[in-house]
Design a protein around this ligand. Sequence first.
Ligand code: ADP
Length: 469
Amino acid sequence: MARRAKVGTTLTRSYVLLAACIMLFFTAGTGVVLFLQMRAQAEHFAIEDIETVEGLLAFDAKGDLVVRENYHNHIESKRVLDHYLEVLTPLGTILARNERLGTAELGERPAPDEGVGGYSPRRIRLADGTPVVLVSRFHVLDGHPILIRLALSEESAHRVVEFYAIAAALMFPLVIAAASLIARRMTSRILAPVQNIAARASQISSSNLNERIPTYGTGDEIDQLAEIFNETLTRLEESFRQLRQFTSDASHELRTPLAAIRAIGEVGLERDRTNQEYREMVGSMLEEVGRLTRLVNDLLMISRGDAGSIRLNLTSIRVMDMVRDTVALLEPLAEEKDQILEISGDRDAMTHGDPIFLRQALINVVDNAIKYSPAGAITRVRVNGNSGSAVEICVTDEGPGIAAEHTPHIFDRFYRVDAGRSRDAGGFGLGLAISQWAIGAHQGSITVSSAPGRGSTFRILLPVEEISD
Ligand code: ADP
């Protein structure tokens, strides 16, 4: 809950901050542009008007310089009188000042090149503090060199900018309030589906894993999130289903030997028995305990494999040596059934893996071949080190074969084609599942090709390890 609120607040804060920055930059930028434009305009007018002033000046009969205010009665002429005007000799002696300027000064002593070949525009403040843009023009009037100085007040430009800044400052809180309102609405709209997903997800537990998070079909990131979540739920549901199935199958399998031990005990206690009979009963019980132990060991191995808690001790393995060991171990079983185990193939093929787990995987396959084949059958184990990047071990038997509808399932846990026959043979339906896990953990694979009545061939592929000379 706290995290959701935090994301919303962060988003709102960032948006408001962004809006504030944009407004500040925009206001400052436009203010500066406006101010500079007004200044440039004032400079432009000053230059324009100083030209007009040239035509308004004249020396009267007494030799004094006068400004003819009614010159052609032009609007420009009148406008000039609103500006500050000062005419002086190049040495700085004042010849005339207009009424607006009065006794104030338009700058210091003239610079030697002031107003020559240009207007020498500059900004000064009058004695009363008025900011002005000042232009100068050197001119020769009736043979007398004079310097005309004309200044335009920039107060209006300053006032406009001031007004603009005040207006912007007043607008600022309103804009921020509007931005935060919009941001809050926007974030709550964006986060609403996420909150919805979180709310639905928090209600899902192992008992209602079939429930799904609603998607809106928009295909946006939120919808993708919901879909990914749903896919995860589907996988979890399947894992839970398999786990329940496994637990139920395991309990079922455990019940059989336990029931047998109990039955043997109960029958044994019904009446007094001879020592020989007791011995036989204890023997039968131990047989069931042995079966139980094997089952528990298999279950333990599978659950440790699932939990990923098995660490493989990898080492170089000569595949043929591993095959020989396996066959030697199972030879007595084959002999019991008058069967023959044959080994052939490459002696030098090497793989890299954990010998304990790979041997167990092979034992399970060869053990099945013996278990399901009739007396006198031959089981052939062939090693092929020349099939590319893998070492191949093929276990071919002369057993009953497996029908096509069963082959995709024989590696499933507790799956038995003929449960009765398998159980009689001591199987729990876990052997091939363990083999597949162990070989898969070595990046290998195990497949079967079989047809009823034509035996089966189990093909194990393991990564090859090149022998360095
Ligand atoms: P089990 O302990 O029952 O043998 P497995 O996982 O080893 O369990 O095998 C699963 C099932 O696949 C067996 O019950 C059997 O029906 C079938 N199967 C396995 N290997 C062979 C084989 N070589 N020939 C015929 N059927 C086989």
